[in-house]
Design a protein around this ligand. Structure first.
Ligand SMILES: C[S@@+](CC[C@H](N)C(=O)[O-])C[C@H]1O[C@@H](n2cnc3c(N)ncnc32)[C@H](O)[C@@H]1O
Length: 288
């Protein structure tokens, strides 16, 4: 196995998610299977369905989880259709379900256009069967469309400046790589602290390409439907847009009791060992 993704908030997930190991556990974002491996080890009778939209994730998860043999079933799919996916596998109810949002390390380091320095095609698709890429968004969206995504998915303070810069540059030649895009944005903004000035724009483009917020909404709704009474749902988010959505989805569901009044966050040691965990927030709810 090449790149290893360190699972975030692992103990908190393991301590709080599985209340009855005789019921099925669903990991909707199996990635490198860090969470799933740990849960299957800890709960000897637990069975898992692992889902991911990225074919590479499934290859890694399959290899890593092979020791658990028939306790594991893996399937490629988008968690927005989690209910349909599970039904198609003959599953009618589940005991626990995890959504670990965001990117896996193999995606960030995999030269797929997610990283500011990538000098490869500006792709950003998690699912390579989809057709819309970051290249399409950046090179073909109108000024108004760019503003919409920069504002709603990036919460950029000055979206018009960035949209204008993108449009000016692409008139000269198409913006083809992540490095080119981040360089254009860096010219429009001063660096504040350690955060790369292109962070919010990259977030916005990535959310648009992968329909991330829409998928989370439908995914959570489907998951709630599938849970048995006292079954648990856990969602780990990495930025405020996601977290707000999850908080509202949990609070707004008459079928859930929220177990985390405040989200669980990584402690200092975890952040030191895995800086990528610093913005993580875990919310857990139980089906009534
Ligand atoms: C942060 S990683 C998960 C890491 C995993 N928990 C581990 O311990 O290795 C997120 C994973 O979710 C997948 N993913 C993102 N959006 C998805 C979606 N809508 N449906 C299915 N998988 C998705 C990504 O491809 C990625 O592999």
């Amino acid at each position: 196995m090449g790149i290893v993704h360190i699972p975030v908030l692992l103990e908190a997930v393991a301590d709080n998610l599985v209340s009855d190991e005789s019921n099925l556990f669903v990991d909707t974002t199996i990635g490198g299977a860090g969470h799933s491996y740990y849960l299957l080890e800890r709960h000897r009778n637990l069975k898992l369905v692992g889902i991911d939209v990225d074919e590479y994730a499934l290859t890694m998860a399959e290899e890593r989880l092979s020791v658990f043999k028939d306790r594991v079933r893996l399937i490629r799919g988008n968690f927005s259709g989690v209910k349909e996916i599970l039904n198609s596998m003959g599953v009618s109810s589940i005991g626990s379900i995890l959504f670990d949002l965001g990117l896996s390390t193999y995606q960030i380091l995999g030269k797929r256009g997610f990283s500011f320095h990538d000098e490869v095609f500006l792709d950003m698709r998690m699912d390579n069967r989809e057709t819309l890429t970051a290249y399409d968004v950046v090179n073909s969206y109108s000024y108004d469309e760019l503003i919409r995504i920069l504002e709603t998915y990036g919460e950029e303070n000055r979206p018009s400046k960035i949209a204008r810069a993108i449009i000016e540059e692409r008139k000269k030649k198409p913006i083809s790589t992540a490095k080119e895009l981040s360089t254009i944005i860096q010219k429009t903004k001063k660096r504040r602290g350690r955060l790369n000035p292109a962070t919010k724009t990259f977030q916005a483009v990535r959310i648009e390409v992968n329909s991330e917020l829409k998928n989370i909404k439908t995914g959570i709704a489907g998951a709630i439907d599938m849970l048995v009474p006292k079954g648990r749902i856990g969602v780990i988010s990495f930025h405020s847009l996601e977290d707000r959505l999850i908080k509202e989805a949990f609070k707004g569901s008459p079928m859930l009791k929220v177990l985390t009044k405040k989200p669980i966050r990584p402690d200092r040691l975890e952040i030191k060992n895995n800086p990528g965990s610093r913005s993580a927030k875990l919310r857990i709810a139980e089906k009534i």
